[in-house]
Ligand binder design. Structure first.
Ligand code: SF4
Length: 591
């Protein structure tokens, strides 16, 4: 099969055994790669009700068919398992250069099962696989130190996907790291890797990816690059990166501030893009990405790639911190320790709120950077009061008797778009397959970031949410980056080469719907239903000031929109896909 390596590497950590199996051509046809292939493996490998930190939870790494080719932004990796933060499925995406290296080594995907009897690092060099003892050598290292040691001892071109100290300590919002600053951030895949006594997968490949008619494929990719990628619409990526959103989201009253008490931060000007540009030293790109959105800054001689918009929102405004150098230091600590910055910022903001309300005594306060800067280290190693914060927002707030203050959906902390300033994002968060996620449906683009939809209404948002979720699910079978604005015409050029025939908007959106429904089947099987698709109480309190002052998503309006969303999806009133829907989508899985 052109574009595919044709093999899946299976790592049984309990037995310290590696086997190689052929990629199932039917699964490749129906689910393509990336998110689709990952979820199909998850459905197959995960017994219902499995504890997410037990050996029975598989950790799956999946590439897309275009990884390792010249296709723009497709050389990203999908990482998945059952999430320790939510108990739902987890798919998380990371750039850098790991995915193409895995393809060059001869694998489309890796399925990791079991738990090693002692800490290990798995070294993959083409068809040679070695389980390297990690105790006293790699285990315990921060992410940058680990990568440096691997490069020094194993080779300068080896690529590393690792968990940090936070994952070793099973923090449910521990992430995976590669090329140091690239993170598969959300949902706790780092804790799942840590629970398996697996420090890292290291890969070096010397093969290639075949693309069929190479001249024709290259010509199409080049023409798309000139006409659809390197365009003024996408210039924000290399000119400023995601920090440009701070000003816009704050102006819309949707920037989470001081544990979601407000949507406008009085010090937003100190953490906005222009301040970062003043200390930017260079930009960086993932493999085969001409957009180069990664912004590298230097603060007091310390290098920090980022902070990205979400980090500025959650670790800055949401903690009341307008000191940009402090936010960058917090960001750097999270990167080194392997912590998701969105969840960490949300948890620290919640802890500050609990202290202010007398429900906790951690010595934390909004805007006070001393305890704030100590937090990532204490959380990652579960030391002192960090052990309580390491529970995550939902369980911390419950522990302290204030569940009303927890900014989470299904246990995943909210990203930096407050639904009181952009109602559609609330529906997107509530129906997201991995808990509160802004990436699957991004209706903020249609109301507060230049579109014409009213931000304080759910009218039309169910259809928009379904459409955007299905499109992102289709695009993530090829693991395109969400920072690149694309449509089904763009995807179709690539799929024409993959499938050797023309395709259509309808066919690609059906692919997306198939993948989305596959995920819903996994979640329903894990016990998720309508009662879990809801907004947290913290969003029920209106902001006292700002553009979104006085606004909340009313429950009856939300329930009506949710019912409409289920109807459009072909799900029953409890959110379960009907037999007719699953059959129409050629899905052979059932809850
Ligand atoms: S747009 Fe940025 S994050 Fe996305 S692939 Fe390119 S460099 Fe990586």
């Amino acid at each position: 099969m052109d574009f595919y390596a044709g093999h899946v590497l299976r790592l049984d950590l309990t037995a310290l055994r590696a086997t190689v199996e052929p990629l199932d051509p039917d699964w490749a046809r129906l689910y393509v790669g990336g998110k689709g292939l990952l979820l199909r493996y998850l459905f197959e490998e995960l017994a219902p009700g499995t504890d997410s930190l037990s050996p029975g939870n598989p950790l799956i790494l999946a590439t897309g068919p275009f990884a390792g080719t010249a296709a723009a932004t497709c050389s990203r990796l999908a990482v998945g398992c059952k999430s320790p933060a939510t108990g739902t499925l987890l798919d998380s995406y990371v750039g850098g250069s790991f995915a193409p290296e895995l393809k060059y080594a001869g694998y489309d995907a890796v399925v990791v099962t079991g738990k090693a009897p002692h800490p290990v690092l798995v070294l993959v060099e083409d068809d040679r696989v070695e389980f390297v003892p990690a105790e006293g050598r790699f285990w315990g290292l921060d992410t940058a130190a680990l990568e440096q040691k691997v490069r020094e001892e194993m080779g300068p071109w080896h690529k590393v996907l690792s968990t940090g100290p936070a994952g070793e300590h099973l923090v449910p919002f521990a992430c995976l790291s590669t090329d140091q600053y690239h993170k598969a951030g959300r949902g706790g895949a780092g804790a799942v890797m840590g629970s398996k006594n697996l420090k890292a997968v290291v890969v070096r490949g010397t093969g290639a990816v075949t693309v069929g008619d190479a001249a024709s494929f290259s010509a199409d990719v080049l023409s798309l690059q000139n006409e659809r990628v390197l365009t003024p619409d996408n210039a924000w990526t290399w000119e400023e990166g995601t920090p440009y959103l701070v000003e816009l989201v704050n102006a819309a009253g949707a920037l989470p501030t001081r544990n979601w008490r407000s949507g406008q931060f009085d010090q937003a000007g100190a953490i906005q893009s222009s301040e970062l540009l003043a200390v930017r030293t260079r930009i960086r790109a993932c493999t085969q990405c001409p957009l180069a959105c990664r912004q590298v800054h230097v603060f007091d001689e310390e290098v920090c790639e980022g902070p990205e918009f979400e980090t500025l929102g959650l670790c800055g405004a949401n903690c009341g911190v307008g000191d940009l150098a402090a936010v960058a230091e917090f960001n750097r600590s999270c990167d080194e320790l392997g912590l998701d910055t969105i969840s960490t910022g949300a948890v620290v903001g919640l802890a500050m709120d609990l202290c202010e309300k007398g429900a906790a005594d951690y010595g934390l306060a909004f805007g006070d950077v001393a305890g704030y800067l100590a937090a990532p280290g204490l959380i990652a190693r579960r030391e002192s009061w960090g052990a309580e914060l390491a529970l995550g927002a939902r369980d911390l707030a419950a522990l302290k008797g204030r569940p009303d203050l927890a900014p989470h959906i299904k246990g995943l902390e909210l990203p930096a778009y407050d639904p009181r300033g952009t109602f559609g994002m609330g529906l997107g968060y509530a129906t997201s397959d991995r808990g509160a996620c802004h990436m699957r449906a991004f209706t903020a683009a249609d109301d507060i970031l230049g579109g014409e939809a009213p931000p304080d209404s759910l009218e039309g948002k169910p259809a928009l949410t379904v459409e955007q979720q299905d499109f992102s699910a289709a695009a993530w079978t090829g693991v395109w980056c969400a920072n690149l604005y694309i449509d089904t015409d763009f995807l179709g050029v690539h799929f024409r080469h993959l499938w050797g025939r023309e395709t259509s908007h309808e066919e690609l959106m059906t692919l997306g719907a198939r993948v989305w429904n596959l995920g819903r089947v996994v979640n329903v099987r894990e016990g998720f239903a309508r009662e879990h698709d809801r907004l947290p109480g913290v969003l029920g309190v209106p902001h006292p000031e700002g553009v979104a002052a006085g606004k909340t998503v009313a429950d009856d309006e939300f329930q009506q929109a949710l019912g409409e969303y289920y109807r459009l999806r072909g799900w029953d009133a409890d959110g379960v896909p009907t037999e007719e829907t699953l059959t129409r989508l050629s899905l052979d899985v059932r809850p």
